[in-house]
Write a protein that binds this ligand. Structure first.
Ligand SMILES: CC(C)(COP(=O)(O)OP(=O)(O)OC[C@H]1O[C@@H](n2cnc3c(N)ncnc32)[C@H](O)[C@@H]1OP(=O)(O)O)[C@@H](O)C(=O)NCCC(=O)NCCS
Length: 326
C-alpha cells in the first residue's frame, strides 16, 4: 500500500471583514461577550459575486502550484462543503470545469467541520490502493449565505473561507500515519438547517420562519466537541504508537478557542504547540483546518519532518483526526 502525503496547499478568503463591532450594530451582543466566549474578533464574508466554487478554484490553483502539478494531473477532486453553489450538481463539478481538469472524477462530501479530514482519509484510500495518484481535497464554505444575522447565537461564530490540499504518494518518512472518522446521528439536531431539503421543501412559510438558516444548540455541542476531539486525537496517536508529547504541532478545528484550550489541556499539549487563527477567521467549518495548515506551511511554522496532529468535530455530529509526518 502506498502512503499519502500533502504535496501542496492553498487558501482563498473573501476580502470583506465583519468585526465584532459590526455585529454589535446588528444584534444584541458585545465584543467582550464574543471574545471571552469564543475568542473570535473578526470573520470574513463573501461578496455577491463570489461562490463556493469560485473561491475553491483560487485555493486549488495555489495548491497545485505548490505541488508542482497542473489541473490535468488530477485524478480525483473531493469538495467538502455544507454550503454548495447549488443543491445540484455537486460543487466539485464546477471546480473541475473551472480548473480545466476534464478527465478527472469529482464529487462532494458532506461531513461539516470534519469534512476536510474525512476528505483526506478518502483521498488516502484512493492513493493507497493505486486507484488515484493525485487527489485534490477542498474544504469550502460560504456559511454567511446560511447565517441568520438576527440570531446572535450563530452569527458571531461562523465565517467564510476556502482551502485546498493536493495529496499524492508520500516519500518516507513523510505521509499520513493514522486517521479516524466517526459519526453519531443521534446529535443531528444540535446543528442543522431545518428547511430546503426533502423533509421540508422551501415554501413561503419556511422562508418566513427563517428555517433556511443554521440552528445551533451551542451549549450541548461544546461538551460533545471536547470529549470527541480528545478521544480521536488519542486514538490516532495510539494507532501510530505515539503520545501527545511527540507532537510538533496540533491543529484543532477552529470552532471556539475555549474548546481548543480544553482539548489541549486534556491532552497535555503545551499552548505553544497549538495553532489558532480563530480570532481573525472565525469558524469556517470544513475550511478551518486546511486554512490553518496553509498559514503554517507558508509561514514556516511547519517544517519537513514535523509530526502534525489535526482533530475536528462538527454537525452530524461528525468527528475525526489525522496524524501525519510533514
Ligand atoms: C455558542 C457558545 C459560544 C455559547 O457560549 P455559552 O457559554 O455556552 O453561552 P450560553 O449558550 O450558555 O448562553 C449564555 C447567555 O449568553 C447569551 N448569548 C448567546 N449568544 C450571545 C451573544 N452573541 N452575545 C451576547 N449574549 C449571548 C444567551 O442568550 C444566554 O443568555 P441567558 O443566560 O440570559 O439565557 C458556546 O456554547 C459554544 O461555542 N458552543 C460550541 C459551538 C460550536 O462549536 N459550534 C460549531 C460546531 S463546529
Amino acid at each position: 500500500m502506498t502512503a499519502a502525503s500533502i504535496w501542496g496547499i492553498g487558501q482563498a478568503l473573501p476580502e470583506r471583514v465583519i468585526t465584532n463591532a459590526d455585529l454589535e450594530k446588528m444584534v444584541s451582543t458585545s465584543d467582550e461577550w464574543i471574545t471571552t466566549r469564543t475568542g473570535i474578533k473578526e470573520r470574513r464574508q463573501a461578496g455577491p459575486h463570489q461562490t463556493t466554487s469560485s473561491l475553491s478554484i483560487q485555493a486549488a490553483r495555489q495548491a497545485l502550484e505548490m505541488a508542482g502539478l497542473t489541473a490535468k494531473d488530477l485524478d480525483l477532486i473531493i469538495c467538502s462543503t455544507i454550503s454548495p453553489d447549488m443543491p445540484l450538481p455537486a460543487t466539485a463539478a464546477f471546480i473541475q470545469s473551472g480548473l480545466g481538469a476534464p478527465s478527472c472524477c469529482a464529487f462532494d462530501l458532506a461531513a461539516a467541520c470534519s469534512g476536510f479530514l474525512f476528505g483526506m482519509t478518502v483521498a488516502e484510500q484512493f492513493i493507497a490502493t493505486g486507484k488515484a495518484r493525485h487527489v485534490l481535497v477542498v474544504g469550502a464554505e460560504l456559511l454567511s449565505r446560511y447565517i441568520d444575522y438576527s440570531d446572535r447565537a450563530t452569527c458571531v461564530i461562523f465565517g467564510d473561507g476556502v482551502a485546498a490540499g493536493v495529496l499524492g504518494p508520500a516519500t518516507a518518512p513523510s505521509g499520513i500515519l493514522a486517521t479516524e472518522m466517526h459519526t453519531d446521528g443521534a446529535f443531528a439536531d444540535h446543528l442543522y438547517i431545518p428547511a430546503g431539503g426533502t423533509r421540508k421543501p422551501a415554501t413561503c412559510e419556511t422562508v418566513k420562519k427563517r428555517e433556511h438558516y443554521i440552528k445551533m444548540r451551542g451549549n450541548e455541542l461544546f461538551k460533545v466537541a471536547v470529549r470527541s476531539m480528545e478521544e480521536v486525537a488519542r486514538r490516532v496517536l495510539e494507532k501510530a504508537s505515539m503520545c501527545p508529547g511527540d507532537i510538533d504541532l496540533f491543529i484543532p478545528h477552529q470552532a471556539n478557542q475555549r474548546i481548543a484550550d480544553a482539548v489541549r489541556v486534556r491532552l497535555n499539549v503545551p499552548a505553544e504547540k497549538v495553532y489558532s487563527n480563530i480570532s481573525r477567521i472565525g469558524n469556517t467549518s470544513s475550511a478551518s483546518i486546511p486554512i490553518c495548515l496553509d498559514e503554517c506551511v507558508r509561514g514556516g511554522r511547519i517544517q519537513k519532518g514535523d509530526l502534525i496532529l489535526m482533530a475536528s468535530f462538527g454537525a452530524g455530529v461528525t468527528w475525526g483526526a489525522v496524524l501525519m509526518r510533514w
